[in-house]
Design a protein around this ligand. Structure first.
Ligand code: NDP
Length: 295
């Protein structure tokens, strides 16, 4: 990092943004804004950040966003456009859409503002513990500027290509998460129905070739525990699958499995009746359909 610490701003103090902005505020002067403003005030008390009116975030040298979709990011960019100054770097941690991000980046470019799509993985636990993974799209010189700042909460930061590439990699990663979650849920209800104890089946899978992050870090902790803690909403994962479909469409490559998993999650959203529940609620749907509980 240069001689002088940059002044930062963070917009979107949700499940991910709140802890990330906390890491930043502990080390840098950090302005925060959130739609529900009480969260910005609580953040200031917890981490020493400074809650401000929205236009003031444009005074920062680096502006971070972590919003549900690229649409909210684009809307925010439109609102901030009159206030933004040349030389500002916008680091977008939203899991968003490559196409819309390119449009947002082009609009910001006209004001001399650079944009990086810097998607996160590692979940809320990774964000809280400061060991997130970040996949970044944008210009190399902008990446070089943001990288040392993001390092305060990330243990792996990879520049994957031009603007939009971070969003594309993230969408495919989350499509793989969805495949594993759905497939393991199918497999586990079948085993339980056959009289196998779920805990033992999972223990074996986690020591065998069928294991995944879902089997190692989600299924026991969320499904077998019956806790289903809400840290990553089913609706957000379904949104990512929609983005993955667009990536596949743009590539023109065959993807029967990844296309299908999107359909499964759209059905799941309707059947579960809520987008707000944790994504692991799809296991409960498979349980309902098969008449067994994964125990
Ligand atoms: P949350 O729903 O917890 O937070 C969303 C944030 O966006 C809140 O601060 C919310 O404000 C704000 N917001 C929503 N709509 C608007 C709007 N129209 N204008 C301004 N602010 C708005 O989401 P997450 O933190 O879970 O997710 C954020 C992004 O990170 C998503 O793209 C998600 O896919 C991605 N992600 C999430 C992970 C997870 O494990 N949760 C992991 C990796 C990526 P308010 O407080 O007022 O509601």
């Amino acid at each position: 990092m240069g001689e002088r610490a940059p002044k930062l701003a963070f917009v979107g103090l949700g499940a991910m943004g709140y802890p990330l902005a906390g890491h930043l505020a502990r080390r840098f002067e950090t302005l925060v804004w959130n739609r529900t403003f009480a969260k910005a005030q609580a953040h200031a008390e917890a981490f020493g950040s400074r809650p401000v009116e929205l236009p003031e975030v444009a005074q920062a040298e680096m502006l971070f966003t972590c919003l549900p979709t690229s649409h909210e990011v684009h809307e925010l960019a439109l609102r901030l456009l009159p206030y933004l100054r040349p030389g500002t770097l916008w680091v977008d941690h939203t899991s968003g859409e490559p196409e819309l991000a390119r449009k947002t980046a082009a609009m910001l470019e006209e004001k001399g503002v650079a944009y990086l799509d810097a998607c996160l993985s590692g979940g809320v636990a990774g964000a809280v513990e400061g060991r997130a993974t970040v996949m970044v799209g944008g210009r190399p010189e902008d990446f070089a500027r943001a990288q040392p700042v993001m390092a305060v909460y990330a243990s792996k930061i990879v520049h994957v290509g031009p603007v939009g590439a971070g969003h594309a990699v993230k969408a495919i990663n989350n499509a793989l998460l969805a495949v594993n979650l759905w497939a393991l849920s199918e497999g586990m209800v079948a085993l339980v129905k056959q009289g196998v104890e779920a805990r033992l089946a999972l223990e074996v899978i986690n020591a065998s070739s069928g294991r995944s992050n879902v089997s190692e870090n989600l299924f026991g902790q969320r499904v077998l525990s019956r806790e289903f803690p809400n840290t990553f909403a089913l609706g957000l994962l379904a949104k990512d699958l929609g983005i993955a479909s667009k990536v596949i469409e743009a590539a023109g490559t065959p993807a029967p499995l990844l296309r299908q998993v999107r359909e499964f999650f759209e059905v799941a959203k309707r059947e579960v009746g809520s987008s707000e529940v944790d994504h692991t609620a799809v296991a409960q749907l498979l349980e309902r359909w098969s008449g067994v509980e994964i125990r």
